[in-house]
Design a protein. Structure first.
Length: 172
């Protein structure tokens, strides 16, 4: 039987494998790249995730956010926004985690939309939970924000995949 949780484990493993093949994520190569190269790298991460999750990749916009938040997904504009700080850092981990987190939000929104229209979703229970959460989304306090289902899932997704990616990169 094909269980949604098992499919998700398989997808996370595949995502980590495919993303770890992006040479420019190697810390020594990342350090040598300019901002445009680093941005291309994150766009390539998005292309790989898009194929694996059958979810369109939103455009990536980088802007000077003065460190308030590292990234955001804007549903109304269908874009991922990232603070330029993540591209200026010589460590690709922060950039990758931020991008993964925001891509996951775009995936969550796609799943919510499908669920609300009665279309097929990858995990019925998660889609329902996310749909309920988005109606009562909490911005603050920080503890409440981080503990809601959408954020817990995006954080877990980003942490798991980034950890696996850099473990695989180090093994090569």
């Amino acid at each position: 039987m094909d269980h949604p949780a098992l499919r998700e484990v398989d997808r996370c493993q595949e995502a980590a494998e495919k993303i770890s093949e992006i040479e420019s994520l190697k810390p020594q190569l990342w350090r040598e790249m300019d901002e445009a190269g680093r941005r291309w790298t994150l766009e390539e991460v998005g292309r790989k995730l898009s194929r694996i999750y059958r979810c369109p990749k939103p455009p990536l916009l980088t802007e000077n956010g003065e460190g308030k938040e590292m990234g955001s997904y804007e549903e109304e504009n269908w874009m991922i926004k990232a603070d330029k700080e993540i591209l200026l850092s010589d460590d690709p981990r922060k950039a990758l985690k931020t991008y993964l987190h925001e891509f996951r939000h775009s995936y969550q929104i796609e799943q919510i939309r499908a669920y609300e229209k009665g279309l097929a979703v990858d995990d019925q229970q998660k889609a329902q939970l996310w749909a309920e959460n988005i109606k009562n989304y909490v911005e603050s306090p920080q503890e409440d924000y981080e503990s809601q289902p959408l954020e817990r899932d995006a954080n877990r997704f980003a942490e798991q995949i980034a950890e696996r990616v850099f473990r695989k990169i180090e093994e090569r």
